[in-house]
Design a protein. Structure first.
Length: 148
């Protein structure tokens, strides 16, 4: 089954974030409409829903392309992805006016202040989560599609 390995890698990559984004979107909708949180979350959710699955797929295609040249375990390869997503999300949110940088932390929607210490912990958690997602879930889909 050697036909179209990059297409299969793309499909294996987009499977996980597509499923997880349904859960995240449900949480955002419950927060917005059930608990009446006055923040326009629906304007921000478009970025992750459009870009993250595609980047997962492209990142998995990149992993498949790199594998014969430089072997890096898939978990570590996936843990590098937040270093691409975080600056892209930061730049987009700052340019769109959703995010402001202050001396005390980042300010979302001119209301929510997120301290830098919390951001460092959240980024560390994201690295661990991405490592585990890529090692176990994306790796599993790669095996199922015959590209592992």
């Amino acid at each position: 089954m050697n036909a179209h390995p990059y297409l299969r890698a793309y499909m294996a990559g987009i499977a996980v974030p597509t499923m997880l984004l349904l859960v995240v979107l449900s949480g955002f909708l419950i927060a917005r409409y059930t608990f009446q949180i006055p923040i326009p979350i629906e304007r921000v959710i478009v970025f992750p829903m459009a870009l993250v699955p595609n980047l997962f797929g492209l990142w998995n295609m990149f992993y498949l392309w790199l594998r014969p040249r430089h072997h890096l375990p898939i978990g570590f390869h996936g843990a590098i992805l937040p270093f691409v997503l975080a600056p892209a999300g930061f730049a987009l949110a700052t340019c769109s006016g959703f995010l402001a940088v202050t001396s005390g932390g980042l300010v979302w929607f001119h209301e929510i202040v997120v301290p830098y210490a919390f951001l460092a912990g959240a980024f560390s958690f994201a690295l661990i989560a991405y490592y585990l997602v890529w090692k176990y879930l994306v790796g599993f889909f790669n095996e199922v599609l015959g590209i592992a």
